[in-house]
Design a protein around this ligand. Structure first.
Ligand SMILES: Nc1ncnc2c1ncn2[C@@H]1O[C@H](COP(=O)(O)OP(=O)(O)O)[C@@H](O)[C@H]1O
Ligand SMILES: [Mg+2]
Length: 350
């Protein structure tokens, strides 16, 4: 007769490779059921985007098969995003705020923000995207939406909703073609209103597309809401790297954890399968090394990204199995893993 204790004992030998503790200590095991030689249970991960999901499941199965008399193991993989520093604003609740910045404009910050937000949502997380780029609020065009839903019936402003993503853009608030000249206090209250006056509801991740550089919006956001971590996007050229390292400096000054660097437009795949490093090789990787963070991933140059961005058709939705689509999914999962690690370390250090 297999006992629950025997199953838990087996599972306590299985480590979460990111959090460096075993599944039982991490309270990840639920609903153990035993029916003769058949064992079933749930593993509750800290994010549905866990990049190590497959490994954890395989390790758990192997442990139960080898350490108990079970002949059949049925595992249900689920997830619950947790953070002891969850931002609870009554109607709105944000478990992780992820800021996406860059040194320069045009490096693909909005493309990265949008596609990682969509990839997280596709994995099953509740995700919001806030386009706070006052200089170039491009997210609406990239999603093919240009206005907020009709709000007459609601007390609060409602984000637009598309592909399972809640979206608010500073672009919804201004006339197309009109430059935004908000500065200082006005900008600060605009950022605060984005967070409090919209009905975001309960979100696992709020991804914020920041303006390029190191200015007022970054400061206002950091003062308005605790940010779980920042992602810095760069292309491989030296000029972009120089500016990106200044953005890293600002993140450090604001005491925001740095989740890592995304190297965008890394290379172009030629017809014979070889890679052409149009903007130089490994600029983002060297920057990550230099500042002591991780490279979250590389996105190749993909003409489909430019075209898709113009017609509201993001690559993660349109071509999820292309090289760039797969790169965004991997980057999103690495970001989610960093958020889980940051939350876990906060719990451990009290
Ligand atoms: N990997 C890529 N391959 C091809 N085009 C890209 C790629 N990343 C971004 N682009 C295109 O480059 C332009 C700038 O990207 P965008 O995300 O708007 O940059 P940013 O927000 O940093 O200003 C857009 O037209 C976008 O579609
Ligand atoms: Mg942009």
């Amino acid at each position: 007769m297999i006992t629950k204790e025997a199953v838990l004992n087996a599972l306590s030998t299985v480590m979460d490779p990111d959090l460096h503790q075993d599944l039982v200590t991490l309270n990840m095991i639920e609903n153990i059921q035993i029916d003769e030689d058949k064992v079933s249970f749930s593993i509750v991960l800290t994010t549905p985007s866990c990049p190590l999901k497959g490994k954890i499941e395989a390790d758990a199965r192997k442990a139960v098969l080898t350490m108990t008399k079970a002949e059949e193991v049925d595992i249900r993989m689920t997830a619950k995003v947790k953070n002891s520093k969850t931002i609870d604003l009554g109607d709105n609740c944000f478990r992780h705020v992820i800021a996406v910045g860059s040194g320069k404009g045009g490096v693909g910050k909005s493309t990265v923000s949008l596609n990682i937000a969509l990839a997280l949502a596709n994995d099953g997380a509740k995700v919001g995207l806030l386009d706070a780029d006052i200089y170039g609020p491009n997210i609406p065009r990239m999603l093919g939406i240009d206005h907020l839903p009709d709000i007459a019936d609601y007390k609060k402003l409602r984000p637009a909703e598309i592909h399972g993503l809640k979206v608010v853009s500073i672009g919804f608030m201004v006339q197309p073609g009109q430059p935004l000249i908000w500065r200082g206090p006005m900008l600060h209250s605009a950022i605060q209103q984005f967070i409090t006056d919209f009905e975001w509801g309960d979100l696992d991740y709020l991804v914020v597309d920041l303006p390029p550089g190191t200015g007022d919006v970054q400061l206002s956001l950091a003062q308005s809401i605790p940010i779980s971590g920042a992602v810095i996007v760069t292309t491989p050229q030296q000029v972009a790297i120089d500016d990106a390292s200044r953005a890293v400096g600002m993140v450090e000054k604001l005491e925001i954890p740095l989740f890592g660097i995304v190297e965008n437009m890394s290379y172009l795949t030629m017809q014979d399968g070889s890679k052409l490093y149009v903007f130089g090789e490994n600029g983002g990787g060297s920057l990550a090394n230099q500042v002591g963070t991780r490279l979250l991933g590389r996105v190749p140059i993909d003409p489909g990204i430019g075209v898709g961005g113009d017609i509201g058709s993001p690559v993660v939705m349109q071509e999820p199995l292309s090289d760039s689509g797969k790169a965004f999914v991997e980057i999103a999962r690495n970001v989610a893993a960093e958020a889980s690690k940051a939350a876990f370390n906060k719990i451990k250090s009290g």
